[in-house]
Write a protein that binds this ligand. Sequence first.
Ligand code: ISL
Ligand code: CA
Length: 576
Amino acid sequence: MTTLQPATRHASLRAGDEWWKAAVVYQVYPRSFADSNGDGIGDIPGIIEHLDHLEDLGIDVVWLSPVYASPHDDNGYDISDYYAVDPSFGTLEDLDELIVGLHARGMKLVMDLVVNHTSDEHGWFRQSASSRDNPKRDWYIWRDPRDGAEPNNWGSFFSGPTWTLDETSGQYYLHLFSSKQPDLNWENPDVRSAIYQMMNWWLDRGVDGFRMDVISFISKHPDLPDGRVNEGASYADGIDFYGSGPRVHDYLQEMHREVFAGRDAELMTVGEMIDATPEKARLYTDSTRHELNMIFHFEHVGLDHGPGGKFAPKPLQLVELKQSFARWQRELADVGWNSLYWNNHDQPRVVSRFGNDTDYWYESATALATVLHLMRGTPYVYQGEELGMTNMPFSSIDQFRDIESLNYYREATVAGGRAQAAEVLAGIARGGRDNARTPMQWSSDPNAGFTAGEPWIPVNPNHADINAAAQRDGNRSVFAWYRGLINLRHTEPVVIDGAFDLLLPEHPQLFAYTRTNEDTALLVVANCSNDSAPLDAALVTAWGSAETILANNVGDRRLPLLMLPWEVIVLKRITG
Ligand code: ISL
Ligand code: CA
């Protein structure tokens, strides 16, 4: 068993390289991380109690999902005050203490920035809705009815139309997400400067950057044209008219001038972009354009969506997955930078989704981690991923909390009747976001050590087996494997700067690639299937004499003629 070694920070960074190119980011979803006061909701003091876990893992940056004041229609992605911490999460002083605690351990804090929309309970929206001539009316997107109904035919991400009628003024307001998440009008310069001011306030307070929620949606096509309605759908997908809209690059460059210029060397920015293509990503992340350091695209996490969407999934084709990654690696090789992720608070757990969470739980969790982490880009680890946390065995609708799943269930069962209910439930059980939001599994104690009270969402019953306490000290654990991968990025320059080349692109089981720079070559080969896979004899010959086995998750061996199910091997050769 070749075990990856624990962390040494950043020995692999070369002079002139941006620090975040050698960094690994860990996402904390505060509601589900650790509850310090027994109210069943994770909070900031709970995070502070677990800083050792993050330090042991070796991560460089924490991305904290929203902790701002919020009515929690969408678990904090609906903000009612950007300058306040929600009491359910703690206080501003707690947040200051978290920043100090992270900085003292050499880690940074990146805040979630949700500025495509606010809560409808934000003071700005309250004023905007108060009358047609309120000075903040134009801070949101208001339109007259069209033929007595919605101004256009766009559908919301959370079911239903993107428009809600305000009875008082007789106008509709736009919301791409829930009706409690009205979209801000970025066309208005006062909106933009209020946002920049708020961002500066947080940076002055010591935060180290932002993960920008659906930031490619901030510039809408001025006419808000109708979209095409797919067969069987009630509403159109309007993304062509708000995804990377006409002024998005102006806004991001202005944001850079107003917020980041002069202090961006120590900071990090990453934008969430559902509509991103490699071509768009190059524009957003080309460092000479001064927009963002990197983006999250959705291509690889859409490959198992069926024609009916995320709640009607189809099997993943490994060949498509590899070729998608390879294309992004290639397109952002000379301009821009990739972010690498399997999981976040919106995605089902990868070991259940693309791996095998029963027969090959450890092997598939470590194999998938390895192929992701050794590509070029900045890897993101979502809380619990480092433990191989799995999807939740949901069996009834009252175990769900997520507005997206609940609205979808309501709409689909109304449309399809009771007969459809079981099928719809199976769909949200597999594809729903609550899979990522069950509490972090700290121990085999009741409620997985997450809370002394009643958790806001059920704990996965498998916490008796899968938990941090059981994994932290062992060598053969998913946690130890992640720690090793993070250390490899920190110690091997080739992981950061090496050229990426996909091998065996058409192979249906093996995910294999090399990374090469002027003095080192790495070979990564993973069998991403439940069956053994013969290896190409030429490859075995070529790499049979490699000096170092960096990692193997089934035993201490060089390239075999037959890769076991979910086996992964990483070899290193000095070439220069
Ligand atoms: O994956 C998705 C598309 O169906 C959605 O789950 C998700 O809403 C989308 O990825 C946008 O995500 C971000 O903005 C939303 C928020 O609900 C998500 O949690 C956030 O990550 C609205 O702020
Ligand atoms: Ca709490």
